[in-house]
Design a protein around this ligand. Structure first.
Ligand code: ADP
Ligand code: MG
Length: 354
C-alpha cells in the first residue's frame, strides 16, 4: 500500500469530517439530526485494507450497521475473486490456466471491460497484465523492461484475443501467455455493488471510499450534497477543488499514485497499451463523475491514457454517461459542463461544452 494513498485518504476524510464522519474504526453511534426533525439516526462506519488499498464505508439510517457489515463482506468476496496477486483468486487461476468458466461477477466485468476497450480504441485494456509484470508493478521489484521483453508483452496485450462464450461463460486466451488485470476497474465495480446492496437494505444515505475512489448514495442525512475533495497530484495534502454531488461515483486516476524513479526518470502505473510505456499524455490527473462506478473507474484510466484532446472528444460522444475533471502537467484544469455548478476551485479552469 502506498503511503501517499493512506495520507490522501485521511485528508479526504479530513474534508469530509465537516459532515460528521469520524476516522475511528467500526463506529456505531446515534446522532441528533438537526436538519430533519429531531429524530435520531444511526451512522455505521467500517474500515478494511483490501485490493491493495485502505477502504472506509459509512452508511446511515436504521439499518446502517448491517449495511456496513454487508459492504465489508462484499469487498472481501470481490477481493477474493479479482485479486491478481493472491494464489487463491479466480483471476489468478484464470491467468495460470489460460482461461476458465467464469463466475457471474468476473463474467460481467470481463464483458464490460472488453466493451470499454472497444469504445476507448484500446486505451483501456484488461490484458495489460504481462506489461505490468515486466515493469515490476506487480511485485514492486521495479525495472525498465528491455525492448524485446516489451515487444513480447505488447503482443499479449490485446482484448480482441479473448475468446469468451457468453452462454457458457467460458473464457480462453487466443494467444498463450495472455493475462488479465482488473486493477483499473475492480474498485469501481466494488463500490457500485455496495451501493446496490445498500439500496436492497433500504439505505438511502451512505458513502464508500475505496482508497480515494468515492461513490455516494443519496444525500447526506441533513439533505445536503456530499463534498468530495479532489487531491492535488503534486501535494497530497491539498486539493485542486471540491465537488458537491449526490448519487455519484467520483474516481480519480493519477500517475502520482504509484510510481518508481530510475536514472532521474519517473515511471508510473498507468500504461499506454499502444507503447507498453507509462502513458505520457500530458495529463497528470483525471477524475470521472458518473452514477456508474464501474464505468467511472475504467474511464479514469482510459482518459488518462488518451490525453486531453482525445479524452474531451470521447466525453462529447458520451456526455450523458459521465463528466470529467482533467488536469494537465502545465496545471491547466478542464471540467465538462455537466458539473460546472458542482465544482469549486481556487485554480482557474476552463469549462468544456459539448
Ligand atoms: P488506481 O488503481 O491507482 O486507483 P487506476 O484506476 O488508474 O488507478 O488503475 C491503475 C491500474 O489499472 C494499474 O495498476 C493496472 O493494474 C491497471 N492498468 C494500467 N494501465 C491500464 C490500461 N491501459 N488499461 C487497463 N488497465 C490498466
Ligand atoms: Mg481506473
Amino acid at each position: 500500500m502506498e503511503l501517499r494513498k493512506i495520507v490522501g485518504l485521511f485528508c479526504l476524510i479530513g474534508i469530509l469530517s465537516v459532515n460528521g464522519c469520524g476516522k475511528s474504526m467500526d463506529i456505531e453511534r446515534q446522532q441528533e439530526n438537526a436538519g430533519m426533525s429531531l429524530k435520531k439516526h444511526m451512522e455505521a462506519q467500517k474500515e478494511i485494507f483490501a485490493m491493495d488499498t485502505y477502504m472506509v464505508v459509512t452508511a446511515y439510517g436504521e439499518n446502517a450497521q448491517s449495511a456496513a457489515e454487508a459492504a465489508i463482506d462484499e469487498i472481501q468476496r470481490l477481493d477474493a475473486l479479482l485479486s491478481i496477486g493472491s494464489e487463491e483468486s479466480e483471476v489468478w487461476n484464470i491467468n495460470k490456466n489460460g482461461g476458465d468458466v467464469l463466475s457471474e461477477d468476473t463474467a460481467y466485468l470481463l464483458e464490460r471491460a472488453t466493451e470499454l476497450c472497444k469504445e476507448t480504441d484500446g486505451a483501456f485494456d484488461i490484458t495489460i497484465y504481462p506489461i505490468m509484470e515486466a515493469w515490476g508493478f506487480t511485485t514492486q521489484d521495479y525495472q525498465v523492461p528491455a525492448e524485446e521483453t516489451l515487444k513480447t508483452c505488447l503482443s499479449l496485450t490485446d482484448s480482441t484475443q479473448l475468446i469468451f462464450d457468453e452462454v457458457t461463460k467460458e473464457l480462453s486466451f487466443g494467444i498463450e501467455g495472455m493475462k488479465l488485470d482488473f486493477g483499473g476497474i475492480a474498485k469501481g465495480y466494488t463500490s457500485s455493488r455496495i451501493i446496490d446492496i445498500w439500496k436492497e437494505h433500504g439505505i438511502t444515505s451512505g458513502m464508500v471510499n475505496l482508497g480515494g475512489n468515492v461513490q455516494t448514495l443519496g444525500y447526506k442525512m441533513d439533505g445536503s450534497e456530499w463534498k468530495i475533495g479532489i487531491q492535488s497530484p503534486e501535494d497530497e495534502s491539498t486539493y485542486i477543488g471540491v465537488l458537491k454531488i449526490h448519487d455519484k461515483a467520483v474516481i480519480t486516476s493519477g500517475g502520482y499514485e504509484r510510481y518508481f524513479e530510475q536514472d532521474g526518470a519517473m515511471y508510473h502505473h498507468i500504461i499506454d497499451p499502444e507503447t507498453g510505456y507509462p502513458a505520457e499524455s500530458g495529463l497528470v490527473s483525471v477524475t470521472i463523475v458518473s452514477s456508474d462506478g464501474t464505468l467511472a473507474d475504467a474511464l479514469s484510466t482510459a482518459l488518462f491514457v488518451m490525453g486531453k484532446d482525445r479524452a474531451l472528444e470521447f466525453w462529447k460522444l458520451h456526455s450523458d454517461e459521465f463528466d470529467a475533471i482533467l488536469m494537465t502537467k502545465e496545471n491547466e484544469l478542464y471540467i465538462t459542463e455537466g458539473i460546472k455548478e458542482n465544482f469549486t476551485s481556487d485554480m482557474s479552469l476552463e469549462v468544456v461544452n459539448k
